[in-house]
Ligand binder design. Structure first.
Ligand SMILES: [Zn+2]
Length: 212
């Protein structure tokens, strides 16, 4: 079961990836409005086992600390995310009022598997796809054919690459090598805007075309 809650000034999607039977699951990118997210968790009876961050930008991490404090679940990010979490000039929170710093409980790398004890079919694979940020990952569930892609790729667009750790060419090659090689039917759930699929972006994303 996947639920989305859109939070904050710039409308970031926090996703719940939840086992429908036990209601155990993961919370991906709680970017802002911790009280709203916690109210949803309580209302639905979700048991959040882990908070997963696709990358360390302020609009994806802003509610993580408050939710960890309340629920006691660990925060996970790619190993290159340490710099973003610990430095407001990297996570961009310095430009947006309060400066955010936080520490993850676990730093993962490409190829790691994040398992949900109560339902192994919901295991998420860490796919490192840098370029929007150097720590950017997609969390991919092969069984459910879904990937939480953060700001790597959007419906008809790609992430910006002009902030610390960003690089346009690196982002384009990450998408080609790591996202477009997933099965065509894979549902892509981005941090902002509408969902899409691998097939749709391969065919219509203006940053790529068949003649490249
Ligand atoms: Zn971002």
């Amino acid at each position: 079961m996947i639920k989305v809650l859109t939070v904050g000034m710039i409308q970031e999607h926090a996703y719940f990836f939840i086992d429908a039977t036990t209601k155990h699951g993961f919370l991906i990118d709680p970017g802002d409005e911790p009280l709203k997210i916690l109210a949803q968790i309580e209302k639905e009876g979700f048991v959040i086992k882990k908070i997963l961050l696709t990358h360390g930008h302020y609009d994806h991490i802003g509610a993580a600390e408050a939710i960890r404090e309340k629920l006691g679940c660990p925060i996970i990010i790619h190993e290159e995310g340490r710099q973003y979490l610990e430095d407001p000039s990297w996570n961009l929170s310095g430009n947006h009022g309060r400066g955010i710093t936080l520490h993850a409980d676990e730093y993962v790398q490409h190829g790691d598997q994040i398992a949900l004890e109560s339902n192994p079919a919901m295991t998420l694979k860490v796919i490192h796809a840098p370029g929007h940020t150097s720590d950017g990952v997609a969390y991919y569930c092969e069984e459910e054919q879904v990937a939480f892609v953060g700001d790597i790729i959007f419906n008809g667009a790609i992430g910006r690459s002009d902030k610390p750790g960003g690089n346009m060419n690196r982002l384009l090659s990450s998408i080609r090598a790591q996202i477009f090689t997933l099965p065509d039917e894979t549902l892509l759930l981005p941090g902002h805007g509408d969902s899409t699929t691998v097939k749709k972006e391969k065919m219509t994303n203006p940053f790529f075309n068949l003649y490249e």
